[in-house]
Design a protein around this ligand. Structure first.
Ligand SMILES: [Mn+2]
Length: 433
């Protein structure tokens, strides 16, 4: 292809500029830019995965109505929700929680007979980090594939705690789920192990310390119904997805596999996706709880302590995978630099989707470039990172987590609001093209 043919046309440049104007930051697009000049995405595993997804082409068509709605949603909650607005926000969330059907603890997805190009976007922990979730949406919005119209989004859990923007983040997450419906699946993480205690009339969390629960109790404590609906919605999210593609069978879960003591007592049924258990419901709950807390380690075997959180090694995984005919396991739960870490010959993958050194909304600034995964209809994976550059410091409702993790100086006043948009011109999503 000659340099001339390769040059972006003026209408393409216009489209790129238009797409970018919808985004949070500024990306320089010059008139002399060629396709070669458009940077390749800096994915942590770039080169190891087939290039299937064509990031290098700007979106040639006008955004679909749904994409416009998603981008408008991202823009809407970049502005603060003020304390007087909270009752309205709570009403909106309550209407959402009430509208949601009861969900079983598992999902079965079978893409083998699918004719359409139906990709899956797999997103790890986002933990009240508005910037990271917005950056993922922004990045996807400039692809020539309309992810919002066609793809299914799977969130691997951990929405609550550890980030700084609780209410705006929840409105973004819930708004996104409302727009995409069944094509957005929120799974359960350990930070969603919350309950409403009718005696104390407060939310309680299995995670110590929890920072979202104290904030919700403090700011929404007079609306008991809100607290209880919120707790039951999150606590009843599904724990795992059994996914079948032409490539094989994958398990998607927040943590990992059950403890050794349960490996002979449970089996994931391939025809329904259900968990067959030798034992009663309490055993099933224990096994599901294990799958939310487990962590893979590089060693062959790991001794498993008595706490909620425990580790497993390669032999333990291989045994579970063989018994349950699982080819790959996708999970989140642990911050890993650049958002992706693989184990056991790429059969277990950790995906972590919030962070950024200068991103004041994350509890994980040491995760340089958080990432997410995209699976093709055939089961091929590709990983994309999001790059979050500096934006101005702002404290929101969840100053509590800043207080816990960064010290009192970083969060001088718990719950202080600063009248400042979340993102300013210094915020960029780069490497999106
Ligand atoms: Mn977790």
């Amino acid at each position: 292809m000659s340099a001339k043919q390769n040059k972006l046309s003026s209408s393409e440049i216009k489209e790129v500029k238009k797409a970018i104007s919808n985004l949070s930051g500024s990306i320089k697009v010059s008139q002399t830019m060629t396709r070669e000049d458009v940077p390749e995405p800096v994915a942590p595993m770039a080169g190891r995965w087939p290039r299937l997804f064509g990031w290098s082409r700007p979106d040639p068509v006008a955004p679909s109505p749904l994409k416009q709605k998603v981008l408008a949603l991202v823009k809407k909650y970049r502005k603060d929700i003020d304390v007087p607005d909270l009752p309205r926000v709570q009403e909106e969330m309550k209407a959402f929680f009430r509208s949601q059907p009861m969900q079983p603890y598992y999902r079965l997805m079978d893409l083998r007979a699918e004719k359409e190009d139906r990709r899956l976007v797999i997103i790890g922990d986002t933990h009240c980090d508005y910037n990271s979730l917005a950056a993922i949406i922004d990045k996807l919005s400039v692809s020539s594939y309309d992810y919002f119209e066609k793809a299914t989004f799977i969130f691997l859990g951990d929405y609550l705690d550890r980030g700084n923007i609780l209410f705006e983040y929840l409105m973004l997450l819930i708004g996104f789920k409302k727009l995409l419906g069944e094509r957005c699946i929120l799974m359960k993480g350990n930070h969603e192990l919350i309950s409403y205690n009718p005696t104390t009339q407060e939310l309680e969390s299995k995670v110590e310390p929890s920072d979202s629960c104290p904030v919700l109790n403090q700011y929404c404590g007079t609306d008991k119904e809100f607290l209880s609906l919120l707790a039951s919605y999150f606590a009843k999210l599904p724990t795992y997805i059994l996914l079948k593609t032409k490539k094989g069978t994958d398990l998607l879960v927040h943590g990992g596999i059950p403890r050794d003591i349960y490996l002979d007592r449970c089996s994931i049924l391939h025809d329904t996706g259900e968990l067959y258990v030798i034992g009663d419901d309490a055993v099933r709950r224990q096994i599901l709880d294990n799958m939310i807390w487990a962590d893979p380690r590089a060693e062959k075997t790991k001794l498993q302590g008595g706490g909620s959180r425990f580790e497993f090694g390669e032999e333990q995984f291989l045994r579970f995978a063989k018994e349950n005919r699982i080819d790959r396991l996708f999970r989140s739960h642990e911050p890993v630099n650049n958002g992706i870490k693989t184990f056991y010959g790429d059969r277990v993958v950790t995906i972590f989707s919030n962070g950024g050194r200068d991103n004041p909304m994350t509890g994980y600034p040491y995760v340089d470039n958080p990432a997410f995964g995209i699976m093709s209809i055939d089961g091929e994976m590709r990983y994309e990172s999001v790059h979050l550059k500096k934006c101005s410091v702002r404290y929101g409702f969840s100053d509590f987590s800043t207080y816990l993790y960064m010290g009192k100086e970083a969060a001088p006043e718990f719950g202080r609001k600063i009248e400042e948009p979340h993102l300013n011109d210094e915020f960029h999503v780069i490497s999106i093209l």
